[in-house]
Design a protein around this ligand. Structure first.
Ligand SMILES: Nc1nc2c(ncn2[C@@H]2O[C@H](COP(=O)(O)OP(=O)(O)O)[C@@H](O)[C@H]2O)c(=O)[nH]1
Ligand SMILES: [Mg+2]
Length: 297
């Protein structure tokens, strides 16, 4: 919670100060409303949600409900309302749990895997990592470093190996050893090219076809710095893979944290974790209330 608050500082500064200024100007006129609209829009919360808030503000003004209506809480109620309408995350059933982490290069997949391993371990779960970004030797080494840091085993093969074969090795071994969760690292290059998607689909095909009883899903990692562009990125993955959850990284380095709203709303997939830095502890389960509070208060 405290990480999220600190992590969202840039977004909060961009939104909250100017919002307060507009709302404290007394009676809102048409110009104020336009300013409000472009402010909300620039905070990356999406067109639909912006329109929805503007409509509520107009309604509130028309009804003339007393002096100094609390517009900030109106905004936070609407943001919470949008997120409450999202379908909740449902953990698939099966053992081991296999979470295939996907996303384009540099969004923070490998770091997220390291942080998640730390979180799951702290919850008392046994964890294994699978180094399926076999495209670069450095990617395998980077995952190995996170594995050492968190004290979890990693299954790797040499550079250039078939990612599906590495995943198969890891999940078979995890199943034999009674490991609870396998987190699979994947490559993110050329996300628009068919070969990456085929490589990812093959991981799913091989695992679900050859190993019984597992619960396999994909979590898509998105970099908050990409703002609304991450939506277009996401569509490529969502079309081809069973993406059940999103992880939004780098909230600490952007003022576009508002994008948490449209990615969930447009994709219909919940944000499960938020990344707020490069350290092991810089991740937390995403909480709607904490997010809106960190954004507006
Ligand atoms: N500030 C910040 N940097 C992050 C975060 N997550 C990852 N990074 C950095 O982003 C860069 C790419 O991360 P990496 O995990 O290698 O991305 P991948 O290519 O998707 O595996 C690295 O320098 C990470 O330290 C985050 O939440 N905040
Ligand atoms: Mg990586």
């Amino acid at each position: 919670m405290k990480h999220l608050f600190r992590g969202l500082k840039k977004t909060r500064d961009r939104l909250f100060g100017p919002l307060q200024k507009i709302f404290s100007s007394g009676r809102l006129n048409e110009e104020d409303i336009e300013e409000l609209e472009s402010l909300l829009f620039s905070a990356d919360i999406g067109v639909d949600t912006t329109e929805r808030i503007i409509e509520k503000v107009r309604e509130r003004l028309r009804s003339g409900s007393g002096p100094d209506p609390d517009f900030i809480s109106l905004v936070s109620d609407e943001l919470l309302g949008v997120m409450d309408e999202l379908p909740p995350y449902k953990e698939p059933e099966g053992v081991p749990r296999v979470i295939v982490i996907t996303g384009v290069n540099g969004v923070g997949k490998t770091s997220t895997i390291g942080k998640l391993a730390g979180l799951f371990k702290a919850e008392g779960k046994s964890v294994m990592l699978a180094a399926c970004d076999t495209f670069r030797a450095a990617a395998i080494d980077q995952l190995e470093l996170w594995a050492e840091k968190t004290g979890v085993p990693v299954v790797r093969q040499k550079m250039g190996s078939d990612p599906a074969a590495v995943a198969f090795d890891a999940v078979s071994s995890a199943k034999a050893k009674g490991i609870d969760i396998v987190i699979v690292d994947t490559a993110g290059r050329l996300h628009t090219k068919a070969n990456l998607m085929e490589e990812l689909r093959k991981i799913f095909r091989v695992l679900s076809g050859k190993i019984e009883g597992i619960a396999i899903e994909s979590w898509l990692v998105l970099d908050a710095n990409s703002g609304q562009n991450s939506l277009r990125q996401a569509e490529v993955f969502v079309k081809d893979l069973p993406v059940t959850g999103l992880v939004l990284t780098k909230l600490d380095s952007t003022a576009k944290g508002g994008v948490v709203i449209p990615v969930q709303k447009n994709l219909g997939i919940p944000v499960l974790y938020a990344g707020t830095g490069e350290g092991l502890d810089d991740i937390e389960p995403f909480d709607h209330n904490a997010f809106v509070e960190a954004l507006l208060l």
